[in-house]
Ligand binder design. Structure first.
Ligand code: ADP
Length: 170
């Protein structure tokens, strides 16, 4: 049976940012339980493995016992159906996000008619924040500590050896 008091927040989280954390914390005000589902999608090239992304999220939310962090390699609607989840939350930043998310919501609704998709607008502080930008900044050695949780700062440092744009080849 589908339970509309239980929600899921699916995504790549490569890596998790404070924008994701904000949506997760706000979703917890609305739902009894939240599944944070890391998409383990082989066709999408990620910097972190699905296990690493799950571990980062588990560590970030280690004090919240109403969050379940898992990875899933299938369709998110199948995950919802198998776990009786009635709500899918998606964060939206700009209009560009909205049109993509809207189409995705239509597709998901067609596949699972009793799933409710909710769009949560980003907090203005995280309006410009996306995981791809974090990876790019880290690659150039920029400070990302105000944009991602501290665990992520450390792991990014281990994973990415920054190119030095200031290095003089002569
Ligand atoms: P991205 O690479 O766009 O950060 P994800 O697949 O990890 O993507 O995103 C998972 C969900 O989190 C999506 O619904 C996405 O719109 C949302 N999200 C990502 N960054 C933010 C942010 N800064 N504010 C609000 N929602 C966000």
């Amino acid at each position: 049976m589908t339970d509309h008091h239980v929600a899921m927040f699916p995504g790549s989280f490569d890596p998790p940012t404070l924008g994701h954390v904000n949506i997760i914390r706000r979703s917890l005000r609305l739902y009894d339980r939240l599944y944070v589902v890391v998409a383990d999608n082989i066709s999408k090239k990620c910097l972190f493995t699905a296990q690493e992304r799950v571990d980062m999220l588990k560590d970030i939310f280690r004090d919240s016992d109403n969050i379940v962090v898992v990875s899933y390699d299938g369709l998110m609607v199948d995950f919802a159906r198998r776990n009786g989840i009635g709500v899918m939350i998606r964060g939206v930043r700009a209009m560009g996000d909205f049109s993509y998310e809207f189409e995705l919501a239509m597709t998901n609704k067609q596949m699972m008619s009793d799933l409710e998709v909710l769009f949560m607008p980003t907090d203005p502080s995280y309006f410009m924040l996306r995981s791809s930008q974090i990876k790019e900044m880290a690659a150039f050695g920029a400070d990302v500590s105000s944009l991602v949780p501290e665990q992520v700062v450390r792991l990014l440092r281990d994973k990415i050896v920054p190119a030095s744009p200031l290095h003089d080849e002569r």
